[in-house]
Design a protein around this ligand. Structure first.
Ligand SMILES: [Zn+2]
Length: 267
């Protein structure tokens, strides 16, 4: 009996890698990131010594993502949107422009297979878009009893840029909004020991996965983000030696969460 090919556990190149290459081809000069002298891995954009690519692996998930990236966001080594594409197989990435809206992006948003949700703070929502705090089976089932795949739409840029993208894109004002209650945000910030609510795109996506009833995948993305932050800081020598937590602890935390994600899918 021949073995069935198992699902790919990781893509050599994913949507954000491709968008990165494309965006670079549009630039006339190289992106001036801080730490220019640092030799970076082409894929994770971390310093080569701290590259995390060998740990990158897909989660078992029923959720899809669409990243709409502001201007040169995809070129920034600090961008955490790419971490979503690292772990979620069905991730799509587009550049935002005010005037020339990508037709492939619009086609995906109106694809009947998907139910898009804009992940965005409720206080900035205009129009009368439905706002939900959880994505449940009911929110994904049509009147005809067809179950759709949740497509979580993330506006990747600073909050100011995200608000601008929202206001200037009518197509973002025609789908339900997934927004987090202040308590949920506070609990997350507390768990991470952070003192402000400036969450990275990947952290917001982790919360969105939890809201989509995939808490184990939310945790996995959150630990993948922690490993990324720690590896970036190491690359920039931003840590005093005595405060170092061994990087293996971050790797192990991610591996454990990854295992939980795969076990959960086998049940
Ligand atoms: Zn790498």
């Amino acid at each position: 009996m021949s073995e069935l090919p198992s699902k790919p556990t990781k893509a050599p190149i994913h949507a954000v890698h491709r968008l990165h290459e494309y965006r670079k081809s549009l630039s006339t000069k190289p992106f001036g990131a801080r730490g220019k002298k640092l030799v970076r891995c082409n894929l994770c954009l971390l310093g080569e010594l701290f590259c995390t690519c060998k740990h990158r692996q897909y989660l078992n998930t029923n959720t899809s993502f669409m990243l709409i990236m502001y201007n040169d966001e995809v070129l920034k080594p600090t961008n955490s949107g790419r971490l979503i594409a690292d772990l979620i197989p069905d991730t799509h990435a587009f550049l935002w422009t005010r005037t020339e809206t990508d037709t492939a992006m619009l086609a995906l948003l109106s694809n009947p297979t998907y139910q898009p949700f804009l992940v965005f703070p409720q206080q900035y929502v205009e129009n009368d878009q439905v706002v939900v705090e959880q994505i449940t089976a009911t929110s994904l089932t049509t009147e005809q009893g067809i179950t759709k795949i949740p497509l979580l739409v993330m506006l990747d840029g600073s909050w100011r840029e995200a608000i601008k993208m929202y206001r200037k894109s009518p197509y973002l004002q025609q789908m339900p909004v997934l927004s987090f209650a202040p308590e949920t945000l506070a609990t997350y910030a507390l768990r991470k020991g952070s003192h402000d609510f400036q969450l990275g795109t990947a952290e917001v996506a982790a919360m969105a996965l939890t809201a989509a009833q995939e808490p184990q995948n939310g945790l996995a993305l959150s630990t993948w983000f922690d490993l990324f932050v720690e590896s970036s800081l190491l690359g920039r020598n931003r840590r005093a030696k005595e405060t170092l937590t061994p990087i293996t602890e971050f790797i192990n935390a991610f591996k454990q969460a990854l295992k939980a994600s795969h076990e959960c899918a086998e049940k």
